[in-house]
Design a protein around this ligand. Structure first.
Ligand SMILES: [Zn+2]
Ligand SMILES: [Zn+2]
Length: 381
């Protein structure tokens, strides 16, 4: 590894005594994260055809988008400077200052597109930045205040691997969206259910929303259960279960082909039955936050709610390493499904002792995990 990268990693993963308030660690991390985020956003402004998602590209002309970017860059610079003043080890602050300066030299918040876009294909680089900033800023503070595992740091074991999963699925957002909706669209084309679709679309919003949640979870339950019970499917899903730490990043770890299989089957009822675009979009936003929430390192118990809705403790049991946690709690919204189909497991007060798969058969790293399902397995795996 390059010595600067090695130093940055050592700093991010520094022991608690070197991370305490006033040590310049928090400002150093914030400066680096905001600086890199700002630089990547400037890059997506300069090369929108290549690195900007059309929905975000449409915001480029809005004044407030530029203001937000300006604030990100300014905050990145100020935090990095603060860290340089407070901290003996200067690598975080220095790199933070350098990246914000590069972003400023490239045009900063007033950067404009270099050329018109010749191709319809893009990588969602700006989506990645906003995705990580939004989810990180939403979950990290609550995970710090109400942690289930208080000793688990933000930059825990294998955080780089999970961040890389975020990167790949954000960059490939266009391909993933296309593949996710392709089967549902062909069903609609071949089986026009005009009457049913009109009726479903006319139902009140709340009814549509809850119906989408239930139908999606019903399909998700059986697809998920198949991924556990069918051996060759399990080798894809084992990647998701290989996470040894649970937090806001852990849910991102999923084999590319599993993401496609899971999304393309679960959107079928929502898309084919003619739910309104408002209800579908509201559900997509919910499931985006909800799937992060159930993996989060949160101690919240919700004793009443956890009987009706899936909570972190419920899904943490799904990831438990012990025997009693094998093949339980497949639902992602309604524990009722697991009760109905005999897979419910939520012992009073107890949390799983650890996470992952016994013996840890899945190798580390994105590429090795991508290849893992296609490799010969020893009988014990
Ligand atoms: Zn599973
Ligand atoms: Zn999970």
């Amino acid at each position: 590894m390059h010595p600067v990268r090695q130093k940055i990693r050592a700093e991010l993963e520094a022991p608690p005594v070197l991370r305490r308030f006033g040590s310049g660690w928090i400002s150093g991390v914030l400066g680096l994260v905001l600086g890199v985020a700002g630089l990547l956003l400037v890059l997506s402004l300069r090369l929108p055809g290549e690195f900007s998602m059309p929905e975000i590209r449409a915001l480029h002309t809005h004044a407030w988008f530029r203001v937000v970017l300006h604030v990100i860059l300014l905050a990145g610079f100020v935090c990095s400077a603060l860290s340089l003043a407070l901290r003996a080890e200067r690598v975080l602050g220095t790199v933070g200052v350098v990246v914000t300066l590069i972003a400023a030299l490239l045009g900063g918040s007033t950067a404009n597109a270099l050329a018109a876009d010749p191709t319809p294909m893009f990588l969602g680089l700006d989506f990645f930045v906003l995705n990580v900033l939004f989810t990180g800023f939403l979950f990290i503070p609550v995970e710090r205040i109400f942690p289930h595992r208080g000793e688990q740091p933000v930059f825990r074991e294998e955080w780089r691997e999970d961040l890389f999963y975020y990167l790949v699925s954000s960059l490939l957002v266009q391909v993933l969206t296309y593949l996710s909706f392709a089967p549902a669209k062909s069903i609609v084309a071949f089986a026009p259910l005009a009457g049913v679709r009109a009726w479903v679309g006319s139902l009140p919003f709340v009814v549509q929303f809850v119906a989408i949640m239930f139908l999606t979870d019903l399909v998700q339950y059986w697809v998920h259960r198949a991924f556990h019970r069918v051996p060759w499917l399990w080798h894809f899903h084992a990647v998701h279960h290989s996470a040894k730490s649970m937090d806001w990043m852990a849910g991102a770890r999923m084999h590319f082909f599993e993401i496609v299989a899971l999304r393309s089957t679960t959107v079928i009822p929502m898309f084919v039955l003619g739910f309104s675009a408002t209800a579908m979009n509201a559900y997509i936003l919910l499931v985006y936050i909800y799937s992060t929430f159930v993996h989060a390192n949160l101690s919240w118990r919700f004793p009443r709610l956890e009987k009706i809705l899936v909570t972190p403790r419920f899904h943490h049991w799904h990831h438990g390493i012990e025997k009693e946690a094998i093949d339980v709690n497949f639902a992602i919204h309604f524990p009722l499904l697991d009760r109905l189909f005999g897979t419910h497991h939520l012992p009073q007060e107890k949390w799983p002792e650890g996470y992952g798969i016994s013996g840890h058969p899945v190798p580390q790293g994105y590429v090795r995990q991508f290849k893992y399902p296609f490799q010969q397995k020893s009988p014990s795996a």
